[in-house]
Ligand binder design. Structure first.
Ligand SMILES: [Zn+2]
Length: 439
């Protein structure tokens, strides 16, 4: 029979479990996580510089009446003022992105020795900063994407006036004067005089999609992004970060307990299990955030520019497409799966086997060839071996000829030109006959 818990059972279990935190389990490879954080963080940082340059170009074009679409041509047109506010929104977005980028950098272990390994410990403050900056980034980029998709003055009014209304309540007079003028103050008074539920549908403001999740679904549908896994991931990150941002019980207890930890080590130096756990979360948040930026935010901006400038948006949008493609392709090189042909008799032999990963790193697989080591320490990709009997030589794949690892033939790049051309010709014939290996 299923056990019915009483209120006392529940209370006892909570008290016992959460007061004595279990020892922390290190679940992933710290070195790989840190390398991947480094790679994606650099990718993100470089793309933000490129994005800023594109924004400058967009700002100049948006200011030019002769480039505007008929709906945004002059101040009697519905979309006209979006030409002014859009560059401001994007400038804010870049600031928030830079903050997120600066909170998702890899650990520097180059000077950490066993005696000071505690500097790698991650505290409540570290978790709080990481997750809060993620929350600001995700929330703000998604809200701006929503505004750029809708381009509806009433929706923008609602968002800005709601924000001003909260801000005004506690802002000092000098700060308030630096952002508001008399007209804006009067408008805000009118907005504040509306009953709370009427603000979402008034003469000056409206709010059609109230929650974060509703906005995600709407933006995804308008952009034609059919990726439920990713939309769920964004909603989950939002809920997860609420728990941290509002200092929920679980997140605070998780991150504020300091038990003495065992010390791990690898070829770079010592580290703590808790550092590795932090890194795992950091990588996950970074990857989700950068995907939001490349797949949703940049696409939404392209949509807005097209509405505001028609065909004149094409030049800038081409650059934005290239930027997003470069980020997406960069992300794909992490934690991927690569296949290698290998002669079967060297696996389990006494020889070292060199496995060249596509990222440039070479894994030296030493005897006894433990299969749990078949991954790349630099990019986290896993290796699947296709073992072939005898001395297989070059194998023709749909992507080109490759040398089976351990074969007696020279490496392709070491072949004299005429020999290389010969292999290439045979490979082409195999492609025409469609007799290549598809991986
Ligand atoms: Zn690699």
């Amino acid at each position: 029979m299923k056990k019915e818990f009483t209120e006392f059972d529940v209370f006892r279990t909570i008290a016992e479990t959460l007061s004595g935190r279990k020892s922390i389990a290190a679940l992933s490879n710290y070195q790989v996580l840190n390398n991947n954080i480094n790679y994606v963080n650099n990718l993100f940082s470089e793309s933000l510089s490129r994005f800023s340059k594109v924004l400058n170009e967009a700002r100049a074009s948006l200011a030019d009446d002769s480039l505007a679409s008929p709906e945004a041509k002059n101040d009697s047109c519905r979309l006209y003022y979006f030409r002014k506010i859009l560059p401001r929104l994007i400038t804010n977005g870049i600031q928030i992105s830079m903050k997120f980028q600066s909170h998702t950098i890899p650990d520097d272990r180059s000077t950490v020795a066993i005696e000071d390994v505690h500097v790698l410990h991650k505290s409540f403050a570290d978790y709080s900063e990481l997750v809060t900056s993620t929350r600001q980034f995700v929330d703000s980029l998604l809200s701006d994407s929503y505004q750029m998709i809708c381009l509806d003055p009433k929706l923008l009014n609602y968002q800005v006036l709601s924000s001003l209304s909260s801000f005004e309540k506690y802002a000092t007079a000098s700060i308030w004067r630096s952002i508001a003028n008399d007209d804006l103050a009067k408008i805000l008074k009118q907005f504040n005089s509306l009953k709370f539920q009427n603000r979402a549908n008034s003469k000056i403001s409206k709010c059609t999609h109230k929650t974060f999740a509703q906005k995600v679904d709407y933006v995804f549908s308008q952009l034609g992004v059919n990726d439920n896994k990713f939309s769920d991931e964004l909603k989950n990150v939002f809920n997860f970060s609420s728990e941290f941002t509002h200092v929920g019980y679980v997140s605070t207890m998780f991150s504020s307990t300091y038990n003495s930890e065992c010390i791990f080590g690898d070829e770079i130096g010592p580290y703590l299990p808790s550092t590795e756990n932090f890194c795992e979360l950091e990588y996950r948040l970074l990857e989700t955030g950068v995907k939001l930026y490349s797949k949703i935010y940049i696409s939404s901006l392209r949509h807005a520019l097209e509405q505001l400038m028609g065909d004149f948006s094409q030049g800038i949008n081409k650059k934005l497409i290239q930027l997003a493609d470069d980020i997406n392709n960069g992300l794909k090189t992490r934690n991927t799966q690569y296949y290698f042909f290998i002669r079967s008799d060297i696996v389990g032999s006494s020889k070292n086997i060199n496995i060249p990963c596509r990222c440039g790193e070479v894994r030296i697989w030493i005897p006894p060839h433990d299969r749990s080591e078949l991954f790349c320490k630099k990019c986290g990709s896993s290796f699947t071996l296709i073992e072939l009997a005898g001395d297989p030589g070059y194998i023709f794949t749909s992507q080109g000829p490759v040398k089976a690892i351990g074969s007696s033939v020279p490496d392709l790049e070491d072949l004299p030109k005429e020999k290389f051309d010969e292999v290439w010709k045979k490979w082409k014939e195999a492609v025409d006959k469609n007799s290549v290996q598809h991986l």
